[in-house]
Write a protein that binds this ligand. Sequence first.
Ligand code: HEC
Ligand code: HEC
Ligand code: HEC
Ligand code: HEC
Ligand code: HEC
Ligand code: HEC
Ligand code: HEC
Length: 216
Amino acid sequence: MSFFSTIPAVLLAAFFLLAPVRPASAAGGGGSVDTNFDCYGCHSKKEITPWIARTWLESLHAKKGVKCPDCHGSHDEGFKSPKFTKLPGPDKCMPCHPTKVKETMASKHGGVTKCTSCHIRHSFSLKVAMDPKICMTCHQGSPHVQEYGRSKMGVVYDAEGPGNSATCQTCHMPDFIHNVGLTIEKKELMLKVCNQCHSASFVGTALTSGTFKDHW
Ligand code: HEC
Ligand code: HEC
Ligand code: HEC
Ligand code: HEC
Ligand code: HEC
Ligand code: HEC
Ligand code: HEC
């Protein structure tokens, strides 16, 4: 643990703003993060957007050197004006995550979700994206979804975590696939998912009987 990692990010930022010479590297722990650039220096001030600066600082993006302008460009009319043309859409993720963007666009999620529907700004935390509750911010209507929470799988997930049970993401986004329709279209892929936990004959019956919902 380094000295810096014990200091809250906001204080740390204030320190660097006041200090005559700002070190290029600020974060402790996993990797070193460069915070010595205009966007961070200004946005980390408590009267601007300190939460945004801190959640970015804690993200994997920050550790890998992906900075505000990579997604946002710059203030179109200079830093004195808060004016932007628009907030970033998936086109800004495209250069670095082309497969995820294409898969999302090819599914029913194309045009109806944003990347930030599941990947909260600015931590882009996978822990949040993998929580079934994030899906339920939109999916509430169908009996299939409503029953999940009270199904044994849902109860085991709540009690023991993702390792021992299936979530929406396990069945609809296996292997990081962002086309959520794929395992519905191709039943053999869904069977492969079930097979990670159950016997083929057990889930075969559950899936092909056409009453999967009744099994929750
Ligand atoms: C000198 C201070 C300053 C600097 C430097 C600065 N900003 Fe800002 N920025 C602001 C202020 C002030 C706002 C308006 C905040 C508000 O509305 O509460 C803002 C707003 C924004 C917004 C929100 C726009 C919207 O429509 O909601 C984004 C995105 C943003 N800045 C990104 C950046 C990026 C990227 C950089 C670096 C290229 C940067 N800023 C540099 C002060 C700054
Ligand atoms: C990996 C891409 C990415 C990076 C890096 C990034 N942002 Fe963002 N930012 C986004 C996205 C996406 C949104 C939300 C767009 C939406 O949901 O419509 C957003 C929204 C915002 C907003 C407006 C929303 C709000 O809650 O006020 C501000 C201000 C902002 N970012 C500033 C920054 C600053 C400052 C940095 C660097 C410290 C930064 N961003 C780094 C992608 C990024
Ligand atoms: C300039 C390139 C770049 C841009 C632009 C970018 N990313 Fe990333 N992103 C990365 C890198 C590099 C990683 C780390 C990959 C690794 O090392 O595994 C990453 C990781 C991620 C992760 C995984 C985070 C984690 O904690 O595991 C998510 C989610 C993500 N990006 C979403 C987005 C979204 C959404 C956008 C657009 C708003 C975006 N990224 C824009 C380069 C970028
Ligand atoms: C154990 C695997 C599994 C889990 C967990 C799961 N699903 Fe499904 N889902 C399926 C299967 C299989 C279908 C295909 C239709 C059927 O057989 O009922 C489906 C169909 C769907 C559909 C399209 C049809 C409909 O009923 O609306 C949506 C949307 C959906 N699931 C969302 C979700 C969400 C959101 C969650 C989490 C709350 C979830 N699913 C949890 C396996 C699962
Ligand atoms: C419906 C929710 C959802 C949407 C929308 C979504 N993602 Fe994801 N994303 C996830 C989940 C869940 C994971 C974790 C892995 C998994 O279960 O597939 C993930 C993982 C990732 C990762 C990390 C993959 C890796 O290999 O480490 C990246 C990068 C990413 N998403 C980018 C994006 C981009 C870019 C967009 C917008 C085009 C996007 N995601 C839209 C749910 C979503
Ligand atoms: C921002 C809202 C939103 C979020 C968040 C969201 N979805 Fe969706 N999802 C939709 C909409 C809208 C549709 C299209 C419904 C339709 O066309 O019937 C859809 C469709 C689907 C389908 C049906 C695909 C098909 O081809 O039939 C599945 C499966 C699905 N979502 C799974 C998920 C999972 C898993 C998550 C969480 C990781 C999630 N969704 C998060 C809005 C959302
Ligand atoms: C990551 C592991 C995992 C995956 C993947 C998984 N399940 Fe399950 N399943 C569970 C757990 C945990 C339970 C609850 C344990 C019990 O019933 O004893 C369960 C229970 C069931 C039950 C019995 C429910 C009851 O009330 O007795 C059925 C049917 C079932 N799963 C079908 C499926 C189908 C079909 C798939 C694929 C679409 C699937 N499961 C994928 C972990 C999983």
